[in-house]
Design a protein around this ligand. Structure first.
Ligand SMILES: [Zn+2]
Length: 420
């Protein structure tokens, strides 16, 4: 293919040139040049008095219209098609080597690229594939070639740094940071001021692995700023890379992009006021449909290896009305009405690639874990209570609603015992 590439370029170039020549011909060749012509049938009206064509009867109404350039639109369309075919032919070697997306400029790819953290799409086998645009950005090494303003646009528009609109007073602010999947190495840092010693939160591209060959990450980070009143918060954001192959040699940090990201954040008195609160018996019943809990009780002969853990599967695809509900729950294990062990589930307890999906799945570990044997002994006397807690939901600030209420389920319906 490489040797034959010039044939494609040459024939594509010739075709495109012919198309452009034809395009010019169809649009500009047949000017009036002082002739008086009917604008409909192009009959030469030299010597014809008035503006009505003796051939077709068209009334040109104004003298100026008799001097129009004749444009041959069908030929124009054909010329455009030939030009496109020529460009396509010339680009064929590159397209067949690197894919058709390789012909699109990087800026255009960035505009249509999925937001950071959403660079995978489910395929028909139930697995995750890289989004084709993300693959293309990786292929062309966008990480090291992006210009200043391309970075600025991407970081401000594609979910790399997300901040809440509202936040409870005196609570360290939480930001959601996500390294785009096409960034292979390095990290994104966020500082409260450009000063190197200022408070910093960061997330690295290698921090969590997707397990599908490409490193990617996202994460919720706390920045120790407590809001007192409505505030515009500005952060100094840096994209830093360590460069290929420098991993063990030392920090050869290079700043790929550095700029400010600002956001107006309204300080509210409590977590309750960050969300539209859903409460009452009806919402409790809906929450029960929305959240599917299961409990795993692991009983080992050595007690310290025993544990009780819970899994909550949130079903955002069913019409429970809790589609926009933030993840923030407390799980309680009760016996005879008494709470014996608790666990919490927030957004950061969800699997990273699932956290934004239809079915975020939260994992929780109960404390104390020493209850495992006791629970396993008489499952039917225990219940699980799921309690909606907005204060645990604040890190899921992209959601607009939070449920506050509770429902209970008997443990023998939802528990599995793993005994050794
Ligand atoms: Zn005419």
């Amino acid at each position: 293919m490489a040797q034959a590439a010039w044939i494609w370029w040459l024939s594509g170039g010739a075709l495109a040139a012919a198309g452009l020549a034809l395009l010019w011909w169809s649009l500009f060749r047949d000017r009036a040049r002082g002739r008086r012509r009917c604008p409909k049938c192009w009959y030469d009206m030299a010597g014809v008095p008035g503006l009505v064509c003796p051939e077709c009867g068209r009334d040109a109404k104004r003298e100026r219209r008799l001097g129009r350039t004749r444009r041959r639109w069908p030929v124009t369309i054909a010329a455009c098609l030939i030009t496109v075919a020529g460009v396509g032919t010339g680009a064929f070697p590159k397209a067949s080597r690197d894919g058709w997306l390789s012909l699109i400029p990087t800026t255009a790819l960035l505009v249509v690229a999925p937001p950071a953290g959403k660079g995978y799409i489910s395929n028909t086998r139930g697995m995750r594939d890289l989004h084709p645009i993300v693959s293309e950005l990786l292929r062309r090494g966008a990480q090291s070639t992006l210009t200043e303003w391309q970075w600025a646009w991407y970081i401000r528009n594609k979910g790399v740094v997300e901040l809440p609109d509202r936040w409870p007073v005196d609570t360290p602010l939480q930001v959601r940071m996500c390294v785009p999947e096409w960034v292979r190495y390095g990290q994104i840092q966020l500082r409260t001021s450009p000063d190197e010693r200022s408070e910093c939160a960061s997330v690295g591209a290698t921090e969590r692995e997707s397990g599908f060959g490409l490193m990617s990450s996202n994460g919720n980070r706390r920045v120790p700023i407590s809001l007192e009143s409505p505030a515009t918060v500005s952060f100094d954001v840096r994209v830093v890379t360590q460069g290929r192959g420098s991993g063990w040699v030392g920090p050869l940090e290079r700043v790929l992009w550095n700029g400010m990201v600002s956001r107006d954040i309204r300080a509210v008195p409590s977590a309750q006021e960050m969300f539209d609160i859903l409460e009452g018996p009806e919402w409790d019943a809906r929450a029960r449909d929305f959240i599917s809990p299961s409990i795993l009780i692991t009983v080992r002969s050595v007690e310290q290896y025993s544990s009780v853990s819970g899994t909550l599967v949130m079903n955002r695809s069913i019409e429970s009305g809790l589609k926009d509900a933030a993840v923030g729950f407390e799980l309680q294990l009760l016996r005879a009405g008494e709470v014996r062990a608790t666990a919490t589930v927030g957004m950061s307890d969800c699997d990273w690639y699932d956290a934004n999906a239809e079915h975020p799945t939260g994992l929780a570990t109960f404390h104390p874990s020493s209850l495992a044997a006791e629970i396993a002994e008489d499952l039917s006397s225990w219940t699980l209570r799921v309690v909606g807690r907005p204060e645990l939901a604040i890190e899921d600030f992209r959601q607009s609603q939070a449920w506050t209420g509770s429902f209970e389920l008997p443990l023998d319906e939802i528990a599995t015992i793993d005994r050794w």
